[in-house]
Design a protein around this ligand. Structure first.
Ligand code: NAD
Ligand code: IPM
Ligand code: MN
Length: 358
């Protein structure tokens, strides 16, 4: 077996409720396959601000740098969402750790489990067979460009900025992935308006020449948002910038049935970072009803991408599939039309997956 050190950062809200299940699944896998996973815990977000005044304490960052992989939940609190004037904010912690760890590629697979065909608000015949892998650039764009506010506070700006090397490296990652899939890549931008997007498209066109075996398409973000719902099957690998990728993947979560199903892997310089794409979900936090499958599937991505444990990763995905086939559902993936479903909370659902793992 292998020995790995995993940092767990549950964060805020439902992050705390779901991440424990991702961790339990990793523990079960280690036991079943004779690996040794040791876990450390770190704080980030609102809980970290409360404890230390800093959304990403130095101690958490150091632990992250010294780990083999990180399992993250979510950050965020209604207090900051309701008061845009607050200077110290939970989200700063997440952005800083992504930057510090060089996590420039955020992989967000959109895979619909057949069992959830009826759970989405999109028609089953449109969805069946949809399988998209998003590459969202994660350390550039308007997220990290200079922010300004005039002295009179009446004018504000965020700089949308990309450098050639940032576009090149995410392009190559996306093309390499396309080669292992259906050899189709769609690059999404707003090059008809934005200079940063014109650089993006220029560089994409150049990198495309290195991959003549992959069919490349360029699409504007507004059209892509529409095509995604009209005909999700037309997409294979989609590569896009930080902001467009953020928005498109929340939309794409409906192809997989729910935000509660979408896992992600952030990779780059060294250590991998695994998290659901959803947030701390104030509306359901503390109720014990959040879907833990996104965290569990994030753990599966860790096993595969950071540890190269493909069999173990597949085992987790099969356990999730089996759980869904048995009819177990959290409320976000419950379907109003079917009768053979058992609607349950976070812990009951997580426990069913564990049973199916053993
Ligand atoms: P959200 O993703 O938290 O929630 C959006 C909707 O999806 C809500 O209705 C929520 O109940 C539902 N949902 C999300 N995850 C679910 C799950 N596992 N099971 C069932 N339903 C689920 O987005 P929001 O409401 O816009 O943001 C809430 C807070 O989270 C904000 O403070 C925001 O900044 C933060 N946020 C953090 C992250 C992150 O940590 N990566 C991501 C997005 C938002
Ligand atoms: C995500 C979130 C974050 C982002 C926020 C909380 C900073 O929405 O991980 O998708 O915009 O990247
Ligand atoms: Mn988001």
């Amino acid at each position: 077996g292998v020995e790995k050190k995993i940092l767990v950062i549950p964060g805020d809200g439902i992050g705390q409720e779901v991440t424990t299940w991702g961790q339990k699944v990793l523990t079960a896998i280690a036991a079943n396959y004779h690996h040794k996973f040791t876990f450390e815990e770190g704080i980030m977000g609102h809980v970290a601000i409360e404890a230390t005044g800093d959304p990403l304490p130095e101690e958490t960052l150091q632990k992250a740098k010294n780990s083999d992989a990180i399992l993250f939940g979510a950050i965020g609190h209604a207090k900051y969402d309701n008061d845009p004037t607050l200077k110290v904010r939970p989200e700063q912690g997440l952005l800083k750790i992504r930057k510090e760890l060089g996590l420039y590629a955020n992989l967000r697979p959109i895979k619909l489990f057949d069992e959830l065909l009826e759970a989405s608000s999109i028609k089953p015949e449109i969805l069946r067979g949809a399988d998209i892998l998003f590459f969202r650039e994660l350390t550039g764009d308007v997220y990290f460009g200079e922010k300004k506010r005039t002295e009179d506070r009446n004018t504000a700006s965020d700089l949308m900025i990309y450098h050639r090397y940032e576009v090149e490296r995410i392009a190559r990652k996306a093309y390499e992935a396309a080669r292992t899939r259906r050899n189709k890549l769609c690059s999404v931008d707003k090059a008809n308006v934005l200079e940063a997007s014109r650089l993006w498209r220029e560089v994409m066109q150049e990198v495309a020449k290195e991959y003549p075996d992959v069919e490349t398409e360029h699409m504007f973000i507004d059209n892509a948002a529409m095509q995604l719902i009209k005909d999700p099957k037309r997409f294979d690998v989609v590569v896009t910038g930080n902001l467009f990728g953020d928005i498109l993947t929340d939309e794409a979560s409906q192809i997989a049935g729910s935000m509660g199903m979408l896992a992600s892997a952030s990779v780059g310089d060294k250590v991998g970072f695994y998290e659901p794409i959803h947030g701390s979900a104030h509306d359901i936090a503390g109720k014990g009803i959040a879907n833990p499958l996104a965290s569990i599937l994030s753990a599966a991505l860790m096993l595969d991408i950071s540890f190269g444990l493909k069999t173990e990763s597949q085992r987790v995905i099969k356990a999730v599939e089996a759980t869904l086939r048995q009819g177990y559902r959290t409320m976000d993936i419950a379907n109003k039309h079917t009768v053979n479903e058992f609607i349950m909370g976070t812990d009951a659902m997580g426990a069913k997956v564990l049973e199916n793992l053993n």
